[in-house]
Design a protein around this ligand. Sequence first.
Ligand code: THU
Length: 134
Amino acid sequence: MYESLVEAAKKARHTAYCPYSHFAVGAALLAKDGRIFTGCNIENASFGATICAERVALGKAVSEGARAFAAIAIVSSAETKTPPCGICRQVLMEWMPQGDVVLWSKEEGICIEPLAQLLPGAFLQASMEGRKEE
Ligand code: THU
């Protein structure tokens, strides 16, 4: 079902810029209109400025006008699956709360996890409803 998305993530991994961790990650984000946006991790000498592959893909997609997403595939250098970090879970939640996270690894093949399961009780726009003016 998500084979072509995983293939796009594998390809995106090859452009990763990861001279510090040597951990290359590729992501492919499937928009509900059928478009696929890819990303790779982009590291920085100031480590905290590093951007994960998932957020690179999302930034590309949103800047191209995509607004709704069905799934994101993630592929890394590891033998076992690479789950998205906490920041990426939060950022993805804004855009695909009902979406699937598709993790691929050599050892485990394709593993599908709903994003909502990876980030239960997420802080969302709705979480600010009913706020009082201070
Ligand atoms: N990384 C990602 O790009 N996505 C993930 O899901 C996990 C971590 C990157 C960030 C950093 O460049 C390297 O992997 C090691 O943390």
